[in-house]
Design a protein around this ligand. Structure first.
Ligand SMILES: NC(=O)c1ccc[n+]([C@@H]2O[C@H](COP(=O)([O-])OP(=O)(O)OC[C@H]3O[C@@H](n4cnc5c(N)ncnc54)[C@H](O)[C@@H]3O)[C@@H](O)[C@H]2O)c1
Length: 332
């Protein structure tokens, strides 16, 4: 435990949802330099890093597929650790246009892994590459069971397939070259700084504006939700206490059907705005289901809990109310 101490850390996608939360968390550590590399696509926003005045943080606008940019960042900043979060991340967009998902998630990850290899060499010591991925690589579950690290990959959406491809490239760089890579697969996240195209912030911001609250199909799909702060703590645990070549699943154990989640958020928004309960529920609108919509995801995070000493600290009950308050008060 605690065997690796990153000093000069590259965070890709640091202006996105999880990345910006992770950068904030890094400021509570002894890391000497945090270099954020982000292309600022529609999903990235420098404002997500507002309020950070720590001189350890350096922002570089650039594309992870651009080898020259990645090489320059590695050498200029003497990078010894990577937390790779940059990705195209929205399933619906991947169904509309998959090309950019393959480009960023597969080619971008390849570029980062390959530059790390060429810069650090084979079997380097004192280096680590944390590849951040999703539980969606495992496909869908029925009513019972949960994914372990040994579950077969069976991605169903172009997003999930592109993330699965990137995970397999990461594995190949470990097996072939001894690159010290740790892979993590997490369930759905929620919390501050998430773009309101994703379910939870979409429902909060629409409810606050009295706009329709779209729910796919009959809202029966089941998802597991982890607060982003708990995910960031897990990522730090994997980076510092993980074992090279291993993967770790992160989940909260808190599962619920989408409709039940939306109803809870609707009530919380009413409470926050001092409106009668039921006002926001009336806005719920069932819309045609997403193509190939996975029925249920659930994660078995026993390995992370026992070998990394990580455990989530927030319950959906409390943290969902905090999240609603954050979006309503920040006016997002
Ligand atoms: N959000 C979740 O619930 C969740 C759950 C499990 C895993 N993940 C994974 O965590 C990572 C971060 O997810 P997120 O929700 O914060 O995503 P996000 O969409 O909020 O942020 C992605 C960031 O990557 C940047 N980016 C996109 N393409 C880039 C490129 N080519 N070069 C450089 N930067 C680029 C964007 O500008 C943005 O800042 C992703 O790899 C995602 O697959 C997310």
């Amino acid at each position: 435990m605690g065997t690796f101490e990153p000093t000069r850390l590259l965070v890709t996608g640091g202006a996105g949802f999880i990345g910006s939360n992770f950068v904030r968390r890094m400021l509570t550590t002894k890391v000497a330099r945090v270099v954020v590399l982000d292309a600022l696509t529609y999903a990235g926003d420098r404002k997500n890093l507002d309020g950070i005045s720590d001189p350890r943080v350096v922002f570089v606008q650039g594309d992870i597929c651009d080898r020259a940019v990645v090489e320059r960042v590695f050498t200029e900043h003497a990078i010894d650790a990577v937390a790779h979060l940059a990705a195209e991340s929205h399933v619906d967009r991947s169904i509309e246009a998959a090309g950019v998902f393959v480009q960023t998630n597969v080619t971008g990850t390849f570029t980062l892994l390959d530059v790390a290899l060429r810069t650090w060499g084979e079997h380097p010591t004192g280096r680590r590459f944390l590849h951040v991925s999703t539980d969606e690589v495992f496909g869908a579950l029925g009513d019972t069971g949960s994914f372990t690290e040994r579950s077969p990959y069976a991605p169903n959406s172009p997003y999930a397939a592109s993330k699965a491809g990137s995970d397999l490239l990461a594995r190949a760089y470990v097996k072939t070259y001894g690159l010290p890579v740790v892979v993590t697969n997490c369930c759905n996240n929620y919390g501050p700084y998430q773009l309101p195209e994703k379910l939870i912030p979409l429902v909060i911001t629409n409810a606050a504006k009295s706009l329709p609250l779209p729910v796919y199909g009959e809202g029966k799909q089941v998802r597991e939700w982890l607060h982003v702060a708990d995910h960031c703590a897990a990522l730090w645990a994997a980076l510092t206490a993980g074992t090279d070549g291993e993967s770790y699943n992160f989940g909260s154990g808190e599962e619920l059907p989408n409709l039940a989640l939306v109803e809870r958020i609707a009530d919380l928004v009413d409470d926050e705005l001092a409106r009668p309960r039921g006002t926001s529920r009336a806005l719920i609108t069932l819309v045609p289901d997403r193509k190939g919509h996975d029925f249920r995801y659930a994660i078995d995070s026993t390995k992370a809990r026992t070998t990394l000493g990580w455990t989530p600290t927030r319950t959906l009950d409390r943290a969902l109310a905090e999240t609603v308050r954050w979006y309503v008060r920040s006016g997002r």
